[in-house]
Design a binder for this molecule. Structure first.
Ligand code: GLY
Length: 363
């Protein structure tokens, strides 16, 4: 027998429907219930690497009486292109996919971003269900309705807010995740700890080695707590007109690092360095106490995440941050902390302050 899954509710916002995020083990039996009886067809969109899982889901849905097709897309970010989206639109068209039919996106954050985008654009929006298989996708990408693809000019430049009709986080999917991918996801979990739920930090600090394992004693609780933080934020501000910006804690520098590394760094690793930078900025701006600023470096390093970056790259990082899509005019914006779990915006910080914060993360 399996335990009942934890159900985290995301309220509808900006005219969108509410939905639940289910967290547990062996959840795939929940899928037909989410697809519902109005749908006749279901498209299971999965990356090459998850061909087997995609087929299991497709077969399950067929057994339940749906006309289920599988759409295989390239692995990871390779899938987030307009060409791959067009390939998916073609598959939907050839299967006579209608407005009441449903897309299921199974995979990491790139796959769920693509699946959500295809769902947002097909017939101006059909229902979709996210089945995230990485920590990062469970706690971030699959919840909150940001969907999109990349263009030659940058990541996520084309997209739509299109929340899923449900999210299934099957923790069994994490058992086979490479340790570096698992640990990278911990950065977003730790972010949720600093911006809103310090109990997350306490759980990790109590046994950092255990926190590095998907079989650790607190895996489910860490993931559930992080999803709750995100669910609460996006329930009140889907379209990032205010509160949602706090989810970008550490991300302004992180995006610049990722670009500078030609996206060969894991997102979580860049967010880790970005959070240490943001903590230093908060400290230098006279907002954040020393102990909480230092706690960033300690907890992130304790699970094996990076806390420094090549010092000679600062001019390039600064330039990139200035053209970040979240910058307003040429005023840089950072989320900093006024104290533990007290995120706020720091706009247009003095260049000397930025340089001083950078000195603290320069390797
Ligand atoms: N990943 C940040 C957000 O969903 O708003």
């Amino acid at each position: 027998m399996t335990d009942a899954p934890t159900r985290i509710h995301v309220a509808g916002s900006a005219g969108t429907a509410p939905y639940d995020v289910l967290v547990g083990r062996q959840l795939l039996g929940e899928l037909p219930g989410l697809v519902g009886d109005k749908a006749k067809r279901v498209a299971v969109l999965h990356p090459e690497a998850l061909a087997e899982t995609g087929e299991v889901l497709r077969q399950d849905l067929t057994d339940q009486g749906y006309e289920a097709i599988a759409i295989q897309v390239p692995n990871a970010e390779e899938a987030k292109t307009v060409e791959v989206a067009a390939y998916c639109w073609k598959a939907l068209g050839q299967s006579n996919f209608t407005r009441t039919d449903v897309i299921v996106g199974v995979g990491g954050g790139a796959t769920t971003d693509l699946a959500g985008f295809v769902a947002a654009t097909w017939l101006r929006g059909v229902r979709w269900i996210a089945v995230p298989t990485t920590v990062l996708a469970m706690v971030d990408a699959a919840v909150g309705g940001k969907t999109g693809i990349n263009t030659a000019e940058g990541k996520n430049l084309v997209g739509a807010f299109h929340p899923p009709a449900g999210v299934l986080c099957d923790l069994a999917a994490l058992d086979s995740l490479p340790v570096n991918d698992y640990v990278s996801g911990l950065a977003e979990i730790i972010k949720a700890g600093f911006i809103a739920d310090p109990a997350i930090l306490e759980l990790i600090e109590a046994d950092p080695e255990a926190a590095r394992s998907p079989r650790g004693p607190h895996t489910a609780e860490l993931i559930e707590r992080s999803i709750r933080v995100k669910a609460e934020v996006v329930s009140s501000d889907l379209k990032e007109s205010g509160l949602r910006e706090i989810l970008n804690y550490g991300h302004t520098l992180a995006h610049a690092i990722e670009k500078n590394e030609r996206y060969n760094w894991r997102h979580g690793a860049a967010v880790s360095v970005g959070m240490v930078f943001a903590a230093e900025l908060g400290r230098i701006a006279g907002r954040l106490d020393d102990a909480t600023a230092d706690r960033h470096r300690e907890v992130l390093a304790s699970v094996g995440l990076p806390v420094t970056y090549r010092g000679d790259q600062w001019p390039k990082l600064l330039e990139t941050m200035k053209v970040d899509k979240k910058t307003r005019g040429d005023r840089l914006r950072f989320i900093v902390l006024d104290g533990l779990a007290k995120p706020t915006v720091l706009e247009g910080p003095d260049p000397a302050m930025l340089l001083a914060a950078h000195a603290e993360i320069a390797a």
